[in-house]
Design a protein around this ligand. Structure first.
Ligand code: CP
Length: 320
């Protein structure tokens, strides 16, 4: 498959889908990041479009709210000259009781080449692979995985630190309900980073140390010698009855402040969005020069272009 006027790598992924990062190797993760860097350069040009996926049809299936991920996938597809169709739960026949399987089979009958899915059920993206022939990209399935978010986080980190081996990354907040945390834990530990999880006991799964991470309930311990603070949104919509006494108390114990930024001069701060200002991060931290939240969003388009391109190439070379 030709990339247009760029000299992007001719290597291909071994995977046909991107459902999660637990099965992706160091080489595959680095291939995606390297490819994304090349697309990032294309996105800086006056004309930000390449003909790579011309004639390719992609469907964006979002059954949960999204700002960044949905728009980013749409832009990524358009930058690659693919045809993209957006489809959401409330405006579809799902609201009339049609099942996900029947919906998927109807989409398959319309001959799409690739499907992107966000769904509240863990495993929804895996399920879709059994209904359609094309590649499937998981854009977030319940609290399971959000692999493109982790990849864009890695790309953003790599703009500040030149290695992942022994990089000290603390993931702070609602780990229990976070697909972003799970995908990042898989990818960061695969790349050799030292990952610490920090949050209240109620928001950290029991035995999560088995994934090769350290756990602390104290923010000062998590930030000591830390190079990357990956802060997470408190997802009250997922845990219903509150697992933290109050958001004010959460902020007092786990919220990042300008004082933290002053003490930890090497620290960069990530957040997948949407940010609860005054809960996970004070306003001064959101606006801080070492908060890279909008860089994450910019990198999201390049990463998603890379994933679409590489999965399409993997199909074209007929690998399994
Ligand atoms: N980071 C992220 O998944 O944001 P959205 O929910 O807005 O897509």
């Amino acid at each position: 498959m030709n990339i247009g006027d760029s000299n992007i790598s001719s290597q291909v992924l071994l995977h046909r889908h991107l459902l999660g990062l637990s099965t992706y190797s160091v080489e595959e993760i680095f291939l995606i990041l390297e490819t994304a860097r090349e697309f990032r350069e294309i996105l800086e040009r006056p004309i930000k479009r390449v003909p790579t996926l011309r004639g390719f049809t992609i469907v964006n299936l979002f059954f949960e709210p999204s700002t960044r991920t949905r728009i980013s996938f749409e832009l990524a597809a358009k930058r690659l000259s693919a045809d993209l169709v957006n489809f959401g739960g409330s405006g579809s026949s799902l609201s009339k009781g049609e099942t996900l399987r029947d919906t998927a089979q109807n989409i398959e009958a319309m001959k799409v080449d690739m499907a992107i899915i966000r769904h509240s059920s863990p495993g929804a993206a895996h399920f879709l692979t059994r209904c359609i022939q094309g590649s499937v990209i998981n854009a977030g399935d319940g609290a399971h995985e959000h692999p493109t978010q982790a990849l864009l986080d890695l790309l953003t980190i790599s703009e500040h630190y030149d290695r992942f081996e022994n990089l000290r990354v603390s993931i702070i907040g609602d780990i229990a309900h976070s697909r972003v945390a799970r995908s990042n834990i898989f990818a960061l530990t695969t790349l050799g980073a030292q990952v610490t999880l920090c949050g209240p006991q109620t928001l950290i799964p029991v035995s999560i140390e088995q994934l090769g991470v350290r756990v602390t309930h104290r923010l000062d311990e998590a930030l000591e010698d830390c190079q990357v603070a990956m802060t997470l949104r408190i997802q009250q919509e997922r845990f219903g009855a509150s697992l933290v006494p109050s958001l004010r108390e959460y902020n007092a114990l786990y919220g990042l402040t300008s004082e933290h930024m002053e003490i930890h001069q090497d620290l960069i701060v990530l957040h997948p969005g949407p940010v609860n200002r005054g809960v996970e991060l004070d306003d001064e931290v959101v606006e801080h020069e070492r908060a890279v939240i909008l860089d994450q969003v910019t990198n999201g388009v390049a990463v998603r272009m890379a994933v679409m391109y590489l999965l399409a190439s993997s199909r074209a070379t007929d690998r399994d």
